[in-house]
Write a protein of this length. Structure first.
Length: 742
């Protein structure tokens, strides 16, 4: 519709238009003279001599209904385009796939050949400037013809280019024969030549016997064919043969065998119209393709993101074949387009993704359709699994708004991501491109072997209660200096920083954590060593490891740590404790990293600590700590450890939990209070107060943070109402709820 507006403005008409949203295209047209209304209103058609509407507009649209009621003539988009095309020597490019690329390629080549064509194509094409342009000087006009609703029969062009004919848009057509009939009608109304793909069965059947037909394809019998194909990165080189005569070598800088066929169609058309081969070659070599047609959005050695409009099984197969030639592991995110297409071409979709490494399918983009019962993204997933060949991992990702989380988290260095679909799946590519730029900067700054940086890491993998939405950036440094460099970078980029250990006293909300989460648990952070009575451990060392290391060295005083599920950094921050002792009781000194990335060391007495709270460690991150022990017999240490284990087995649940939820109030232990209130086994969803210990909330499988928070509030309310006691949470609650995410 924006292309029609451009053409009509170019013809000198007064043009208005309306849509449900504004975008870059509507703003551009307003600058060119369009009177724009948003959203659709009755007023938007007031005073119009003619209303042109797209196939997405039905009765019930206020502007459309107002035009009908006012007796204003209304025509469909294709009818208006056909009328404009009659003002020139029209060239219609039609087919099931490849129309946008081929029509834009044809317009560009004819322009480079000096024919000054007007054009109308279905996407933004950078080398053309805009998707539609009226040139008063040229006699030709190249237009993309849409067969989806039968309106192809409105065109009376001078020349037609038929790329392929397959079963498609079966919500409108009764089958392939009806589709072929529409193409035959177009050919009946074509006054000049018909350029068609002889390698496509459908196009050959319809066009093969047509008078004044020019064929192209792989086979030598075609009027135009390609030979000596060579792939060079994302480019293709091939020789062009015309009726057994080699015209020359061609280099095409958009990838894929299907695009070589598209280029052959344009070479045949331009040559027959008198453009020299040298001009054709120069134009095709500089052609860079339309938006969303194998559009490389991001490309480094580590990652690649490609976005493509493909939504029919044949298009999908061709695009994946092209992407697979890149030699990278290929992650495909696909958005099915229309319920009817998903249902009717189910089997074809099942075999279209065979060369993908992993496939994630979103919900169906409905376009203008109502849902069909039993048809969803799972329909594609089931079809692919039934096919038995192709991606090793296939899953349904739900709404496209959250699909980037699944795709980004599945991404590993060296991978390529391909987003496919005619709906709004390109938004996934856009979000990934933005965030991958940050990941690259973090990786370059870390510059450490074995360091890990991942997008959208589910915090449910890193909390002992197995709950939590994604962190934007998950970072695992392996050296203290690397940790410091990343902290400095994130501060420079104004990205919030959180540091987490094993997540044993942590509840991350379902919306996840915006910004970076650093997990110092590998390399230097897991080291433990002893000098005399002093034990020094990295922030990532688990308390169990500290206890074991001390025991094997005959150093006592660390037995109580065996029952702490976390690690040194998190334990110090919370001043964790057990068996009547706390971490700060044995702490000698601690090395810290501040928010500016500076490393400093402090003695224990210089840091103020409280029960389950150390304020100074909220904005200073522990990198290592030194504790004092005392020489002890290994037998005595083992005896104390066994006592601790036995007490824990009797008093703590085995199920997934975040440890003690509430701080003990002065009146009595929190677990005892909750038991007295009769709240053991009280549950909300899959979150349940433990029947073993009242101060634990367990995840029975699939619990959400929202259900845990609601359960916490219900316990606090009961304690307040029945005993007048204010229960304060001990568990740390981080992140955002789903409701807080825009």
């Amino acid at each position: 519709m924006s292309g029609l507006a451009s053409l009509l403005l170019g013809l000198g008409h007064r043009v208005s238009g309306s849509d449900k949203a504004t975008n870059q295209e509507t703003r551009r047209l307003q600058e060119a003279g369009l009177e724009f209304f948003c959203p659709h209103t009755v007023e938007s058609v007031s005073g119009a001599a003619l209303v042109i509407y797209s196939s997405a507009i039905k009765k019930g649209n206020v502007a459309y209904d107002a035009a009908l009621a006012g007796g204003i003539p209304c025509v469909r988009r294709a009818e208006a385009l056909a009328a404009i095309l009659r003002e020139k020597k029209g060239i219609v490019v039609a087919g099931t796939h490849g129309k946008t690329t081929t029509s834009s390629m044809a317009a560009y080549v004819l322009r480079s050949g000096g024919l000054n064509p007007s054009h109308y194509v279905g996407a933004e094409v950078p080398v053309l400037g805009v998707n539609a342009h009226w040139d008063p000087e040229g006699s030709y006009m190249v237009a993309e013809g849409d067969e989806s609703d039968g309106t192809l029969v409105n065109f009376h062009p001078e020349h037609s280019v038929i790329l392929n004919i397959e079963a498609e848009h079966l919500d409108h057509y009764g089958g392939l024969d009806e589709i072929k009939a529409v193409f035959r009608k177009l050919l009946d109304q074509t006054s000049g030549m018909v350029v068609y793909c002889g390698s496509d069965p459908g196009a050959k059947d319809v066009c093969g016997e047509w008078a004044n037909a020019v064929s192209y394809g792989w086979e030598e019998w075609n009027d135009y064919s390609a030979a000596e194909l060579e792939t060079i990165g994302q480019s293709s080189a091939f020789s062009v043969i015309r009726k057994s005569v080699v015209l020359g070598k061609m280099v095409l800088n958009i990838p894929g065998r299907h695009n070589i066929l598209n280029a052959l169609a344009v070479i045949a058309l331009a040559t027959e119209l008198g453009v020299s081969f040298d001009r054709i070659r120069a134009a095709l070599e500089s052609f860079r393709g339309a938006r969303r047609r194998f559009e490389v959005k991001y490309h480094t050695d580590r990652f690649m993101v490609i976005d493509d409009y493909g939504h029919h099984p044949t298009e999908i197969r061709a695009t994946i074949e092209t992407a697979a030639e890149l030699g990278r592991r290929l992650l495909v995110a696909f958005q099915p387009h229309r319920y009817s297409r998903t249902q009717l071409l189910r089997a074809e979709f099942g075999s279209a993704f065979e060369r993908a490494s992993e496939l994630i399918v979103s919900d169906v983009y409905p376009a203008s359709e109502l849902p069909i019962e039993g048809v969803s993204g799972e329909t594609i997933v089931d079809a692919v699994k039934e096919n038995g060949m192709g991606p090793l991992k296939v899953s349904c990702g739900g709404a496209v708004q959250g699909l980037h989380l699944l795709v980004g988290n599945a991404l590993r260095e060296g991978d390529a991501i391909l987003t496919l679909g005619a709906g709004n799946i390109n938004e996934v590519a856009g979000r990934l491109v933005k965030d991958l730029g940050v990941v690259e900067r973090i990786l370059d700054t870390l510059d450490e072997e074995n360091a890990v940086v991942r997008l959208y890491e589910p915090m449910s993998k890193h909390t002992t209660i197995r709950i939590g939405g994604p962190a934007d950036y998950w970072i695992e440094p392996v050296t203290i200096e690397g940790f410091a460099r990343v902290v400095r970078l994130l501060r420079e980029m104004a990205i919030p920083v959180r540091v987490v250990g094993r997540g044993s006293n942590l509840l991350v909300l379902d919306g996840g954590i915006r910004g970076a989460v650093i997990h110092p648990a590998k390399g230097e952070f897991q080291e433990v060593h002893i000098e005399g009575e002093l034990l020094t451990a990295g922030a990532g060392a688990r308390f169990k490891k500290v206890t074991s290391f001390a025991r094997n060295s005959g150093l006592g005083g660390f037995e109580w740590m065996e029952g702490i599920p976390g690690n040194v950094g998190g334990g110090l921050r919370m001043n964790a404790g057990a068996m009547g002792l706390q971490t700060f009781d044995q702490l000698v000194s601690v090395r810290l990293l501040d928010l500016n990335g500076n490393i400093k060391e402090k003695l224990a007495e210089e840091i103020e600590s409280f029960y389950r709270n150390v304020p100074e460690l909220e904005d200073n991150f522990v990198v290592s700590a030194t504790f004092r022990g005392s020489p002890s017999a290994i037998e005595d240490i083992d005896k104390t450890i066994e006592q601790s284990k036995g007490k824990r087995r009797k008093s703590q649940p085995v199920a997934a939990s975040a440890g003690c939820i509430f701080k003990n109030p002065q009146e009595c232990p929190a677990g005892q209070l909750i038991e007295q209130l009769g709240l053991k086994n009280h549950s909300i969803g899959a979150a349940r107060v433990s029947d073993v210990h009242g101060n634990f909330i367990v995840n029975d499988g699939g619990a959400t943070a929202a259900s845990v928070v609601e359960l916490i509030h219900s316990v606090q309310q009961a304690a307040r109402a029945e005993r007048g006691i204010e229960l304060e949470t001990e568990v740390q609650v981080l992140g955002e709820s789903l409701a807080d995410i825009p």
